[in-house]
Design a protein around this ligand. Sequence first.
Ligand code: HEC
Length: 332
Amino acid sequence: MKRAWLLLLCAAPLLPHETLTTTVLFDREIVRILDRHCVMCHAAGGPTFPLETFDQTWLKKREIHAETIARHMPPWPAVPGYGQFANDNSLTLRESQFIISWVEGLGPRNSGTVFLNVTGPDAARPPEVRAHADFGHWQLGEPEAKYKVTPLIDLGLKTARPLRAIEYLPSDHRNIRSATFKVKETGQWIGSWTPWYGYMSLPNGRVFVLPAGAHIVAEVQYKGSPPADQGEIGLHFAQVPATARAMAGDLVLPAKLTAATSVIALRVEPATGTKSVEVSARKPNGATEILLFAKEFSPEWPTPFILKTPVALPAGTELRVAGAARVTVSRY
Ligand code: HEC
């Protein structure tokens, strides 16, 4: 017994010497990574344990190291290098390296000068550097129209209206996982919500046409039971005539394009047990472009793949899917 105890005591100082130094600091690099990629979930009032302060993060640093190397956190199924997505929340290589270096360097807070020689009352100290969750306000600005979220939302539209963006503001972040919004009358997808990307804003002046009398079907996924107050959606309308720059109807793959098409988003519903899904476009000249390669789908955090810039494809292009999944494309 005594010997085992001694071995344990000796284990910690056996780390190689070079792991004890790092130039990466919590107050500088790490807090920015937490702000950008983590606190939308890891925060007081969010769905899981907070990673907002130095103490909270320092205590979890071994787990953070492991999750970063395994690419488990933040959840994002698309493999880097195949298509660029506006709602990609994965760590860049540089950010992953910062985290690994910080943990292996034993997690320094700052360069050591900030808190030295401060002996006065707390009020005299510089404010603690910490990450901040950005819940509870409209990212796209005040919407033109707001509606309480129910499974079927009557928009009360007397005429067709061109919609350029939709945003969702949940009432409570602890329980919610994701949301999807579709137009009941046309079946068209008009937006989704995930903790890290809460809106859909159309590129190049494009609009979804909401027909007169339209309803929005809201599918909100919770971990537990839905709260009484399910928050609000906000709609941003455009000034163009309703059909001038209208999005085309959603396309279910596989499909052959009969006209030139720009793809703006892909939605993937993997069958249970599907390991990976690849969506590719084979153009009439024989060139093939991979639009999406995704694996390790997390059923808990479903997400659309919103392209950073629309992908233009000529008529005659064949859109193919490898892997068991229903894939739907939003396009104009
Ligand atoms: C979309 C929400 C979401 C985002 C974004 C997210 N996480 Fe998580 N994370 C979770 C959930 C949920 C769990 C599971 C917690 C549990 O088991 O109760 C988790 C678990 C973890 C764990 C495992 C904890 C353990 O004890 O093993 C670590 C470490 C972690 N997250 C770090 C991070 C870091 C670092 C980031 C940002 C770079 C991040 N997460 C981004 C939702 C998220």
